[in-house]
Design a protein. Structure first.
Length: 462
């Protein structure tokens, strides 16, 4: 039995009654009671004991010592139990005044002279005080502050700055999905139509194959980034900008007319777009563009033909068509002697891997001309292409190798083709187009001279 717990948690009267019960038990054994009378206890005030009463302890100790049988049996046991309980309570760390001594708690919080746990100041909610300098009533929504990531809307100049490298890169890889992913990083807002405007303006300065890629891009972006209304707004702005576009691209009205017709064929633009402009356009350039689109849409099987409105360029062309185009290019060059125009026409064919065919056709044309002036013009043209890297050294060698392989067939039409090839090879070597090994092969194509044979009389044969 923990006597201290009873003494500390019950009124004094209960303590006295407990002591009396102990004494009654002692009387049955013939011992004297510890307390002679209860008058002293009755006069005390009954209260909730916060700690053991020093008066009660002192009184009990005196009575126990003055009792004739104080050192025997029950009296000694009752006193020792009470004193042991008081001594046990003495060593407890429980606060005795109800407030504590200002010691910190087990978690480190509280204590005298401190505010709380380390870092608790970070968990303090913001004070919503109207007199606080940081108070903003517009940022509150029912007492809660909502923070969202906002991407600022791009201006016209910023849109042109960001879209141009994306579209130029698209001309290299041709993947419309990459363009769509790149466009997701920007906030165009109400200026989404500028995507089509910038794309078409850039395509006007590039090759027909790039214009075809632009048409495919606009078709793939439709319904995802561009709507029919935005396409109409974009083409309307391009019609208004034609006077400025013509300064850099003289055939801008024709190109824009092709784009309008192609957009109708791709179902990204309604046919009523042309009808809305009838009799309402004053600019002559805009009239040309609309007339061009109307002609393309009105021709027989127009929707099907508009798939190739930009022509078939690059490696999609048949080989016979490319060979014929290169032959016409050489004939035009021999008549004009304009190397820059010839280079431009060759680039428009968009077949850099097939330029060895131009070397082959140029050498064969020189052999068939049987004219030294033509040879000089051909060497000049090849030198121009070689210096500008339009024709690479490997393509130059491949073209001449092909002539050497077909020399037997060429000799059927030009018997002295080997002689002319040897002379042309010397001029190419002087111009730096071929090396010494290639020149030796051109010289060996003529064949070695036969020496003495029967009936020749020891003479060399021509």
């Amino acid at each position: 039995m923990d006597l201290y717990s009873e003494v500390a948690d019950v009124p004094i009267d209960d303590v006295e009654s407990a002591v009396e019960k102990v004494d009654e038990g002692d009387e049955t054994n013939g011992n004297n009671p510890i307390l002679a009378s209860s008058s002293t206890v009755d006069e005390r005030i009954t209260r909730r004991a916060k700690r053991p009463s020093k008066y009660l302890v002192k009184h009990l100790s005196k009575e126990g010592s003055s009792s004739p049988n104080g050192g025997q049996n029950g009296g000694a046991e009752g006193t020792s139990l009470l004193v042991n309980g008081i001594r046990t309570a003495k060593n407890l760390r429980r606060p005795r005044n109800g407030y504590g001594r200002g010691l910190p708690k087990k978690g480190g919080a509280g204590g005298k002279g401190v505010w709380g746990k380390p870092g608790i100041e970070l968990d303090v909610p913001e004070v919503m005080d109207e007199k606080d300098p940081n108070y903003d009533s517009d940022s509150l929504d029912n007492g809660d502050v909502t923070i969202e990531t906002i991407v600022p809307q791009l201006s016209h100049a910023e849109i042109n700055k960001h879209l141009e490298p994306i579209i130029l890169e698209y001309y290299g890889h041709g993947d419309t999905k990459e363009v769509a992913l790149a466009l997701e990083d920007y906030n165009f807002g109400e200026n989404r139509y500028l995507i089509a405007v910038v794309a078409i303006e850039l395509a006007m300065d590039h090759k027909p194959s790039n214009r075809e890629m632009t048409s495919v891009l606009l078709s793939d972006l439709y319904q995802h980034y561009l709507t029919e209304r935005e396409m109409e707004k974009a083409l309307d702005q391009l019609l208004r900008n034609l006077p400025d576009l013509v300064l850099d691209t003289p055939d801008a009205p024709t190109i824009l007319g092709n784009y309008i017709a192609r957009s109708v064929a791709d179902d990204t633009l309604a046919p009523r777009f042309l009808q809305n402009y009838q009799g309402k356009v004053e600019c002559d350039l805009a009239k040309q563009a609309l007339a061009r689109a109307d002609v393309l849409l009105s021709m027989k099987h127009g929707m099907t033909r508009l798939d190739n409105v930009w022509g078939v360029g690059g490696g999609l062309r048949p080989v016979t068509s490319l060979v014929r185009s290169m032959g016409l290019l050489l004939q035009e060059y021999l008549s004009s002697d304009d190397t820059l125009e010839a280079a431009r026409c060759l680039k428009e064919l968009e077949v850099p891997h097939f330029h060895h065919e131009l070397v082959y056709e140029a050498v064969v044309l020189s052999l068939e001309a049987v004219n030294e002036e033509t040879e000089n013009s051909i060497v000049k043209l090849l030198k121009s292409f070689y210096d500008s890297t339009i024709v690479t050294p490997d393509q130059m060698k491949n073209g001449i190798y092909r002539v050497l392989d077909d020399l037997d067939d060429i000799c059927l039409d030009v018997p002295n083709a080997a002689v002319y090839l040897e002379r042309l090879g010397g001029k190419c070597k002087t111009a730096g187009l071929i090396d010494e090994a290639m020149l030796q092969k051109c010289n060996a194509a003529r064949g070695r001279k036969r020496f003495v044979s029967e009936g020749d009389g020891g003479r060399f044969k021509d």
